[in-house]
Design a protein around this ligand. Structure first.
Ligand SMILES: Nc1ncnc2c1ncn2[C@@H]1O[C@H](COP(=O)(O)OP(=O)(O)OP(=O)(O)O)[C@@H](O)[C@H]1O
Length: 252
């Protein structure tokens, strides 16, 4: 397991207006690991995930207190939100490719960064699609619309699009919940491969998925992070009775 802390999270509270959605969350997220967030619907998993790249900047009612440091830098006080979101990329539940060609989807971010040379863009597109394990499937369809791909292919394309701008971290919000078992398994294999180079943080409703691929798991309930630890330990020997009830399906 990794020794290096990527995110140091201290006393994080989040309010949407008067609603207290995250209650004093403290945790260290380790570099080059897959960290899974599990918990019942509405417990704050997505909300917490989005605090890590300041997506809440776009929610007028959201207020974040506490400290989140990435590689020792306070991401709320000492980083620009746009720069942060380039370093901390995100993949969503529903694949959301742009209505453009496969190539233009992947080249989109690099072009915004000012890369114009075709040879350089070609290289980035190929590298990103290879990293997302979809180059062989798409190399002859680069100029075809991304909307014509299967859901599973679209999701890997979205991962390639996120990787094209050289992030350090990938946030994945239920990335396989809209996919069939074969596509799900491809994304899981991909996540395990990608953790060698990236830090991956994944919200999942699928506890088998968390158990299969994550190094550490955090269990959330009603805005509180109830338990966090090595995945094997959390599933085999949870220390909090609420975690045990949830993972054994005896909840509610
Ligand atoms: N923009 C918002 N404004 C107000 N309340 C919100 C907003 N976004 C989320 N909430 C509330 O915050 C709580 C946590 O929501 P969140 O989406 O983080 O939960 P979740 O655990 O990811 O749920 P799910 O598994 O269903 O996606 C919920 O009660 C939700 O209704």
């Amino acid at each position: 397991m990794s020794e290096k802390v990527k995110f140091e999270i201290r006393n994080v509270n989040l309010h949407y207006g008067d609603f207290h959605a995250l209650k004093n969350v403290n945790m260290d997220i380790m570099e080059n690991e897959i960290t899974a967030f599990i918990g019942p619907s509405g417990c704050g998993k997505s909300t917490f995930l989005k605090t890590l790249n300041r997506m809440q900047d776009f929610e007028e009612s959201a207020r974040v207190d506490g400290t989140i440091k990435m590689d020792g830098t306070d991401i709320y006080k000492d980083m620009d939100g746009i720069a942060l979101r380039h370093t901390v990329g995100m993949v969503f539940q529903q694949p959301n490719p742009f209505p453009k060609s496969v190539y233009d989807n992947v080249a989109y971010g690099p072009r915004i960064f000012g890369i114009k040379k075709k040879a350089q863009l070609d290289q980035i597109v190929e590298r990103s699609l290879r990293q997302a394990a979809i180059w062989d499937e798409l190399k002859d369809r680069l100029n075809k619309s991304a909307l014509g791909l299967s859901g599973g292919q679209q999701q890997r394309l979205c991962i390639a699009r996120a990787l094209a701008v050289n992030p350090d971290v990938l946030l994945m919000d239920e990335p396989t919940s809209a996919l069939d078992p074969i596509s799900t398994s491809k994304i899981e294999d991909l996540a395990v491969e990608l953790k060698k180079d990236y830090t991956i943080i994944m919200v999942t409703h699928n506890m088998q998925q968390a158990a299969r691929i994550s190094d550490r798991t955090a269990f959330f309930l009603l805005g509180e992070m109830v338990e966090y630890g090595p995945t094997a330990q959390l599933f085999a020997n949870p220390s909090d009775p609420r975690t045990e009830r949830y993972i054994t399906g005896r909840f509610g």
